[in-house]
Design a protein around this ligand. Structure first.
Ligand SMILES: C[S@@+](CC[C@H](N)C(=O)[O-])C[C@H]1O[C@@H](n2cnc3c(N)ncnc32)[C@H](O)[C@@H]1O
Length: 301
């Protein structure tokens, strides 16, 4: 049994084996700049498992009964930083330009379904933000273009006949559970102005709970972006601050997969520090008022 507190040395060969295993499992690539982080998390897991060497740990991870430990390791490696209304200019661009246009085009076609996917949703602030923006956009839209029939009372968040689904996924079960719970302390509510707090949250003690109606729009699920089986038929995908942890080859693969997961003329939103430049010619970049989106280009085989 390994003594607690004692650092076990990792050899170059062991590091390479574990680095490759993590990459193959979830796409996260730990180059020299992030080697220290990987090493630190491996040390912790080794200690929890009470093993004597990193090779023994590798053997455990690759064995038939190592699945749970591999999931635990991946959870320890993900960076889950997020916030409500993260990158406001981009979200304003999403709501005022992209969403307006998508809703208008859909209404013209009498297609009343809207499906948005938050891929790598962490503790839920991103999909709940998007859900709030959709509810507000639809309410505002029908203020200017009244429905041809009376709105039922009390007014539903999503006016019929619209059907809105926000799918939110992550590789980390712990953050998914927190997201599903949807209760946030004041310290995490900075980006949420009072109008949004009043409309979409209940105050429970000193915390804020997402209201039932909004919660019902968001469906949380486990999806590993490394796999091929990803949610299809999305109008818009948000995958922000996730690809930044992947290497270029994995980023290219993911962008191709998103191309298949998007409806015709669908949109992809990525993080502030991320770019599709040089990675693909299957999206057109749209940049307005400090907001950027990528629109899927149809490819004829
Ligand atoms: C920094 S957070 C970003 C959260 C949110 N998108 C935002 O921008 O605020 C990155 C999230 O991506 C998730 N992630 C990392 N690799 C993943 C993978 N292979 N499949 C699915 N989710 C992944 C992590 O668990 C983490 O919750």
């Amino acid at each position: 049994m390994a003594a607690t507190g004692v650092q076990i040395q990792i050899t170059d060969a062991e590091y390479k084996l574990l680095q490759t295993l993590v990459y193959q499992e979830c796409g996260m690539y730990f180059d020299e700049r992030r080697a220290h982080f990987l090493h630190d998390r491996l040390q912790r897991r080794l200690r929890v498992c009470g093993l004597e060497s990193f090779y023994a740990y590798y053997r455990l991870l690759t064995s038939g009964h190592g699945k749970n430990e591999l999931a635990a390791l991946v959870e320890n490696l993900t960076v889950n930083e997020t916030s409500f209304f993260r990158n406001k200019p981009q979200l304003e661009f999403f709501q005022k330009q992209i969403l307006e246009e998508v809703l208008r085009k859909k209404q013209e076609r009498r297609d009343w379904s809207l499906r948005i996917w938050s891929a790598g949703c962490s503790t839920g602030q991103e999909p709940y933000t998007v859900a709030m923006q959709i509810c507000d956009a639809l309410a505002y839209y029908y203020l200017r273009n009244p429905l041809p029939f009376a709105m039922p009372t009390p007014k539903p968040l999503i006016p019929p006949p619209w059907k809105v689904e926000v799918l939110a996924s992550d590789i980390n079960y712990t953050v998914l559970r927190a997201a599903q719970e949807g209760i946030y302390p004041e310290t995490q509510m900075d980006g949420v102005d009072y109008a949004f707090r009043l409309r979409y949250f209940d105050k429970v003690g000193d915390r804020y709970a997402v209201k039932k109606g909004l919660k019902e729009l968001v469906h949380f699920d486990f999806h590993n972006l490394k796999t091929e089986f990803l949610p299809q038929r999305n109008d818009i995908i948000f995958c922000r601050n996730v690809m930044i942890y992947f290497d270029e080859a994995e980023q290219k693969r993911l962008i191709q997969k998103f191309h298949r997961c998007l409806n015709s003329e669908g949109y992809l939103f990525i993080g502030h520090a991320e770019s599709l430049f040089g990675l693909t010619d299957r999206y057109r970049m749209i940049h307005q008022n400090n907001g950027t989106a990528y629109q899927r280009i149809e490819v004829t085989a």
